[in-house]
Design a protein around this ligand. Structure first.
Ligand code: PGA
Length: 253
C-alpha cells in the first residue's frame, strides 16, 4: 500500500464485454460487496452502458468512466465519441492509450497526447496507459520506452493540469496472458515513472500522482502488488468481469 497520502484506486476495465442488462446485474451485485471498501472503485464500461451504470451507481462508491474517446470537441468523425458526450452520459474518467488501442488501432503517443489535452480541458479524469512490449523488455528497453511514452504523451501539458492524472503501468506482455509482472518488476517500473515525473514536473506532482499496475491482476496476486511502495492501485481487465473476483481485489486493502 502506498506510504504517502495517495489514494488507492482499483479500476475495472471491461473492454468490449457486457450488454446494458449484464452491466446492471453486475453493478447491483457489486455495490453491497464494496460498500465498506477503503479504496476508490472505478469501472470503465462500454460506451453503451455508461448512462445506465452511472444512474445505477449513484450514491455508491463506484465511479463510472470510459475506455477511449476522440480528441476533437465535436465534428465529422463517424463512429467516434467526444469527451463532452461521455461526461453527459455520466462518465467521470477515461482510459487513454491502452495498449490494445495502441497496437490494434494504431494510436500513437501524439494522438494520445491530443486526447489527454482534450480530457483535461473538459475535466474528464485521464488514466494514461503506458508499458513496454516483451521485445522491449528483453532488449533492456523498458526504462527508455516508458520515458518516451511519458515524454510524448504529456508533451506541452503543465503540472497544474495534471492534478487528477492517473498513470497505469501495463506491461504489454502481461495483459490478458496470465503472466503478471512480479511485484518487484512492477515496483521497479513504477519507481522509474515516479522518477520521471519528479524530473519533468518536480517533487509535488511526483509524490501525488497515482500509478496503477495492470496486467493479469487476480485476487491471488493483487495484495502483493499493492504492498509495493510505488503501486497505488490496479487496472484490472479479465478479473473485473465478475463481481466476486473484482470485489475480492477491491477489499484486499
Ligand atoms: P487483464 O487486462 O487484467 O485481463 O490482463 C488488463 C488491462 O488490459 O487493462
Amino acid at each position: 500500500m502506498s506510504e504517502t497520502d495517495r489514494p488507492v484506486i482499483i479500476t475495472g476495465n471491461w473492454k468490449m464485454y457486457k450488454t446494458i442488462e449484464e452491466s446492471l446485474t453486475f453493478v447491483k451485485e457489486l455495490i453491497p460487496l464494496v460498500e465498506s471498501a477503503t479504496t476508490s472503485v472505478y469501472l470503465a464500461v462500454p460506451f453503451t452502458a455508461i448512462k445506465s451504470v452511472a444512474e445505477q451507481a449513484k450514491g455508491s462508491k463506484i465511479v463510472v468512466g470510459a475506455q477511449n474517446m476522440h480528441d476533437a470537441s465535436d465534428g465529422a468523425f463517424t463512429g467516434e465519441i467526444a469527451a463532452s458526450m461521455l461526461i453527459d452520459a455520466g462518465a467521470r474518467f477515461v482510459i487513454l492509450g491502452h495498449s490494445e488501442r495502441r497496437i490494434l488501432f494504431k494510436e500513437s503517443n501524439d494522438v494520445i497526447n491530443r486526447k489527454l489535452k482534450r480530457a483535461i480541458k473538459e475535466k474528464l479524469q485521464p488514466v494514461l496507459c503506458i508499458g513496454e512490449t516483451l521485445a522491449e523488455r528483453e532488449q533492456n528497453l523498458t526504462a527508455q520506452t516508458l520515458s518516451v511514452q511519458l515524454t510524448e504523451c504529456l508533451s506541452g501539458i503543465e503540472a497544474s493540469q495534471l492534478e487528477n492524472l492517473i498513470i497505469a503501468y501495463e506491461p504489454v506482455w502481461a495483459i490478458g496472458t496470465d503472466k503478471s509482472a512480479t511485484p518487484a518488476e512492477a515496483q521497479e517500473a513504477h519507481h522509474l515513472c515516479r522518477e520521471w515525473l519528479q524530473q519533468a514536473y518536480g517533487e509535488n506532482l511526483s509524490r501525488k500522482t497515482v500509478i496503477q499496475y495492470g496486467g493479469s491482476v487476480k485476487p491471488e496476486n493483487a495484495k502483493e502488488l499493492l504492498e509495493q511502495p510505488d503501486i497505488d492501485g490496479l487496472l484490472v481487465g479479465g478479473a473485473s468481469l465478475s463481481a466476486d473476483s473484482f470485489s475480492k481485489i477491491v477489499n484486499l486493502t
